[in-house]
Design a protein around this ligand. Sequence first.
Ligand SMILES: Cc1cc2nc3c(=O)[nH]c(=O)nc-3n(C[C@H](O)[C@H](O)[C@H](O)COP(=O)(O)O)c2cc1C
Length: 344
Amino acid sequence: MESPAGQALPGPAMPVEIAGVRLPNPLVLASGILGTHASLMERAALAGAGAITAKSAGPLPRSGHPNPSCVAWEGGLLNAIGLANPGAAAEAELLARTRARLAPLGVPLIASIFADRVENFARVAREVAEGGPDLLEVNISCPNVASDFGEPFAGSPQSAAAVTAAVRAAVDLPIVIKLAPNVPEIGRIARAVAEAGADAICAVNTMPGMLVDLESGQPVLANRSGGVSGAALLPIALYAVYQIRAAVDLPIIGTGGVASGADALRMVMAGATAVGIGSAVYREGPEVFGRVAREMAAWLAERGLRLEQVRGRAHERPAWPEPASTPPVPHAASPAPAAEARGH
Ligand SMILES: Cc1cc2nc3c(=O)[nH]c(=O)nc-3n(C[C@H](O)[C@H](O)[C@H](O)COP(=O)(O)O)c2cc1C
């Protein structure tokens, strides 16, 4: 793959589009991982990411939760970083510096924002937009700040729609609403944000969880609970993306537990246009992007398929014969069940 400036980039070209913004490949650096410095975000792009999401920024600087705030376990990560960030004004400057590095590579920049109140989402959106990101992601789903901010806005269709409408009215940028996995019916939340003006959806944020230290009997994180990400989140994220795709016709950045080309293709089959990667970057480094893209391209090439041809496949009816509607009676003197089933 080559950048618009002619620079060689790792990984095959597999362009996709989100709300009119072109990504050279569908793999997106998820928010909160490496998204704090221009050089780290550039490094992820040079390693083959198709878009870069910055860490979420809020109205004011925040130092986040005390350590330990992130631990690895066999199913992935558990984190309660607590939305540490430099505040919206400094974030706009970081975004401007990052954009200058990413634009020559043809890799779009996604800003991410959070806030404590609907009107503050609009304010932060306006401030952060000054940094010139290509897309604006609205994090209404962080599970680790309930003590400061209460229940996440992603928890109900009404509050999710209120934030979406406020940000929609505040900026001209395409907006991506980031949803939470721990809701009873994510399709309803997706419909509410679509009707309120979302251009795309990112699904999902981390799932609330806790680990307990055996010797002390205490929760491992200083915050006690945190957000589960990585392998344990993959089936939860796949089902969320599947339900969202069935509910709305918006591009989805499917995020949660992706660590291989096979995982990423499954996310596309569930209905995602692009695929976020977070915890696997933490474990493997930014080189994960080139590897996952190559694995996706090899799987598709072996079958003579393009990415668009597998998108949403999980929603299609199976191609194999349907079973007979009445199960055959055991030992009955009737034709073999397989032969009978074929006629239907
Ligand atoms: C250490 C860490 C920090 C995160 N910080 C943010 C954040 O600031 N904003 C956000 O929207 N999501 C944040 N997330 C969630 C990720 O963007 C992603 O939705 C989640 O980790 C699932 O993807 P994964 O399994 O590939 O990591 C964070 C995740 C981790 C592990």
